[in-house]
Write a protein that binds this ligand. Structure first.
Ligand code: GLA
Length: 611
């Protein structure tokens, strides 16, 4: 039986408190018809050390990243014990000790690295991850950084993941200049694995009669199984956070090698993990983004596709633009014919808050400048971008203009005017409101005013990058954040006839681009925040405990048979060696108490033995 979610908190609680309360008491009914779904099964497995050295045994697996460094175990002034590693003869800041992870760590698993480090004199020491993706691009990911004033410093709890299908993964230390670097007590352990709360309502189900609910995700964010579970449970739309942006898919070497001045070659392998995941789990994709001033290399706009070339003419750039758009859609069609690319951001962030175009110029001059404006003189590149997208996009793929600060009145007007012109020519389908908000600005009513102005164009609207920051990380800060989320979602529901998707920019707070202001619906441990509960309030909730009619209770492996393998899966789940998806959870809940525990195992065991 469905139920309506009622506000069950006298006030909102801090996430930690909320979790503990939920785990002990929210199994009690909130109304006579309902069985409670508020048991928290976000459980944690402990971590285990996979590599550790204090260099006491005289062994060292680090080598010099620059090839010239001298690494040696020394027996004076170690942090602990008698030995530490000294890296001297560094000729550049990036020279330093690095350790290959290829045979130590598994891709897709989250790890925590800790070390004691020291620079010979005042220096900022960084610990970073270096790997090469399947298209041959090197990535340098910040893990930890701290200042040594010539003393030992603690660099601990740096989380990192090696994505799948990458090679040459290393952790490396570097510092500003050529000071010696010393290391001691270096350790890598697996990060605790948090299970998601399977037994809370799915956002995509709650909002299924209004619009799609989506999220953005990067390859590394998608790597842990819990993140995949969270996405599968709550989102039916996914936006690759970076992986389909021009800088990720333009293949510079292949473009140069082709000798063409007008045909940029693309390689979409950077989006492989995300698009494979969407294909395998039947999740629709928002493509992001074709034409943008940012995250697009300057060489794309220069003669000979060379950073040092002159800016090309408008005529050449139009051909490059057309071929780029054509090549992107062709590659997606060839490699992912079954994936539903239901929306694409054709142009991103072309208007300033005052309603004028950006200043023309390259990213190397100023990240706010636009090379498109540099070449076209103004925003006249927008219309051809939509023309080419219309020409090459697959049927059913809607085309959007997307922007941030979209509620700033002059920007709203500029977007509306542009959208109306493009609509008259049937080039645009919708407007994307990025919606990077803060609890203090803009007000929900100002946001709603802009939403109405966009709705009045008659175009489809998508909320494409929703997150709401708060600097107050106390219980009352999260309560206020929940309130604003509630108001924004209420506004979206009011205009639901014109809105086809609401997309959150991320999964858990710690992975957000604005992580220190905790802007999302889920905590680092994948538990739901007050903001999550605030946006399901008042909604009809499909009862999550009703198993699909296709399977009977206990058929956890969904093979239409009750066998020992169902029991084994349940046992593995209880031992935290296996996680259940939402349907499996309800199938495993033998006594329908909205919890899966040893009592269910006993019931299932009896049934299987009786059979
Ligand atoms: C903008 C872009 C997104 C992303 C965010 C920050 O909103 O449209 O692609 O880069 O900034 O993460």
């Amino acid at each position: 039986m469905n139920k309506i979610y009622k506000k069950i908190f006298a006030g909102f609680m801090s996430p930690a408190l909320l979790c503990s309360v939920l785990s002990v008491s929210y199994a009690s009914n909130q109304n006579s018809e309902s069985t409670s779904f508020f048991t928290v099964d976000a459980e944690e497995s402990s971590s285990s050390v996979v590599y550790s050295t204090g260099f006491e045994d005289g062994k060292n697996d680090f080598t010099g990243r620059g090839g010239v460094e001298v690494l040696k175990i020394v027996n004076n002034d170690s942090f602990s014990g008698t030995s530490c590693l000294e890296c001297s003869n560094r000729e550049k800041g990036w020279h330093g000790p690095w350790i290959s992870l290829d045979n130590i760590l598994e891709p897709g698993v989250e790890y925590i690295v800790s070390a004691k480090a020291k620079a010979q004199w005042y220096n900022n020491i960084s610990l970073k991850l270096d790997y090469t993706d399947s298209s041959g691009n090197r990535h340098y990911i910040d893990v930890l950084s701290a200042v040594s004033e010539g003393n030992w410093i603690d660099m601990s709890n740096g989380k990192f993941i090696i994505p799948k299908n990458v090679t040459n993964a290393y952790l490396y230390f570097e510092c500003n200049d050529t000071a010696n670097i010393y290391l001691d007590d270096f350790e890598i352990k697996t990060a605790p694995v948090h299970e998601i709360q399977q037994n809370i309502p799915s956002l995509k189900d709650i909002y299924s009669s209004y619009f799609k609910i989506g999220g953005a995700v990067t390859t590394s964010e998608l790597a842990p199984k819990s993140a995949q579970d969270l996405i599968k449970k709550h989102y039916n739309s996914l936006t690759p956070g970076n992986e389909l942006k021009p800088e990720s898919i333009l293949d510079h070497a292949a473009t140069i090698a082709s000798g063409s001045e007008t045909n940029p070659i693309v390689d979409i392998s950077s989006a492989k993990e995300i698009l494979d995941f969407c294909r395998d789990n039947n999740i629709s994709v928002r493509g992001h983004v074709l034409v943008w001033h940012s995250q697009t290399p300057d060489w794309f706009f220069k003669e000979g596709f060379s950073d040092s070339g002159n800016w090309v003419s408008k005529e050449i750039m139009l051909q490059r633009m057309e071929n780029y758009i054509k090549n992107v859609f062709a590659a997606l069609e060839t490699e992912y014919p079954t994936v539903d690319f239901y929306a694409w951001d054709v142009v991103n962030e072309a208007w300033l808050d005052n309603g004028s175009p950006r200043t023309g110029g390259g990213q190397s001059e100023n990240p706010n400048y636009s090379a498109w404006v540099k070449i076209f003189g103004d925003n006249s590149f927008i219309e051809p971008a939509f023309e080419f997208a219309r020409k090459y996009a697959p049927d059913g793929c809607k085309l959007y203009y997307n922007d941030f600060n979209e509620y700033m009145p002059d920007k709203t007007t500029a977007i509306v005017n542009m959208a109306n012109e493009l609509k008259e020519k049937d080039l645009i389908d919708g407007i994307g409101m990025q919606s990077h908000l803060d609890v203090d600005f803009p007000s929900a009513s100002a946001y709603k005013k802009a939403l109405k102005a966009f709705v009045d164009t008659g175009l489809d609207i998508q909320v494409t990058e929703l997150d709401i920051t708060t600097t107050d990380l106390t219980e009352s800060g999260f309560k206020k954040q929940a309130q604003i989320y509630n108001e924004i979602m209420d506004a979206c529901e009011e205009y639901a006839d014109s809105i086809s998707a609401v997309v959150f920019w991320g999964t858990t707070d710690d992975k957000s681009w604005r992580a220190n202001k905790c802007p999302l619906l889920f905590n680092e441990d994948f538990s739901a925040k007050p903001a999550y509960y605030s946006i399901i309030e008042g909604h009809e909730i499909p009862n999550p405990t009703t198993p699909s009619p296709e399977y009977r209770k206990g058929d956890i492996d969904k093979d239409n048979l009750l066998t020992i393998s169902d029991l084994v899966l349940l046992q593995k789940y209880l031992l935290k060696m296996y996680s259940l998806d939402e349907l499996q959870y309800s199938l495993a809940d033998m006594n329908s108490d909205n919890k899966v525990n040893v009592f269910d195992w006993i019931i299932l065991k009896r049934i299987i033995i009786d059979l």
